[in-house]
Design a protein around this ligand. Structure first.
Ligand code: IMP
Ligand code: MG
Length: 193
């Protein structure tokens, strides 16, 4: 059992600029646990290398990997889009690369959110060039919106409305990553809607 309600109220008091809670801590933890068990079972024969996409994916990676009952390995990549936030080009710069070769390994990319899908699309192309045995994708969140690129995650935690969200690893200008739930930013600070 999580003390979801109490910590939620505490966090709300600590953080201004939130419009509403979209996914509360209990619902979030239940779904991440469910995903971990399902994905763990999928990889039971041959465990994968989990590749966490920093920084947003750090909390999901920590909880998901603990819910997967297989002897897996983890590594992290940090990427940044060229151009500004509102004009993603789809080309990403690798700020931190993997520590080891992925050739011949099964890899699972662990992402926080699929918005346009451009970042993930590029990342998959880069990693595919390194000849892993297979590549699969799990995204905690996926926005319901039109996309210029077709990107299919193998597992998605929650489909969410096309709004700017924060918490559980996701930030607005570096803030809110430590919230234990997913919240929608207030319009005045996020600049959306
Ligand atoms: P995409 O390339 O448009 O799919 O999104 C790239 C990255 O933008 C994601 O991995 C997130 O780090 C960030 N991002 C997209 N939407 C949101 C949001 O609603 N809140 C916080 N970060 C977001
Ligand atoms: Mg990200």
């Amino acid at each position: 059992m999580h003390s979801g309600m109490a910590s939620t109220l505490q966090s709300i008091k600590l953080h201004s600029g939130l419009k509403k809670i979209l996914i509360n801590e209990d619902v979030l933890q239940a779904r991440v646990g469910e995903l971990g068990r399902e994905i763990g079972a999928f990889y039971a024969d041959r465990p994968p290398l989990l590749i966490g996409v920093l920084t947003g994916g750090f909390m999901f990676m920590a909880d998901l990997s603990r819910a997967m009952a297989v002897p897996l390995r983890v590594d992290f990549m940090a990427v940044s889009s060229y151009g500004d936030a509102t004009n993603t080009t789809g080309v990403v710069r690798i700020l931190k690369d993997l520590d080891r070769s992925i050739e011949g390994r099964r890899i699972l990319i662990v992402e926080d959110i699929i918005d346009s899908g451009l970042t993930l699309n590029y990342l998959v192309e880069v990693l595919r060039g390194r000849k892993p045995a297979d590549i699969r994708i799990v995204a905690l969140l996926k926005k319901e919106r039109e996309r210029s690129v077709a990107i299919e995650a193998d597992w998605v935690g929650f489909e969410i409305p096309d709004e700017f969200v924060v918490g559980y690893g996701l930030d607005y200008a570096g803030k809110y990553r430590n919230l234990p739930f997913i919240a929608v930013c207030a319009p005045d600070i996020s600049g959306t809607a």
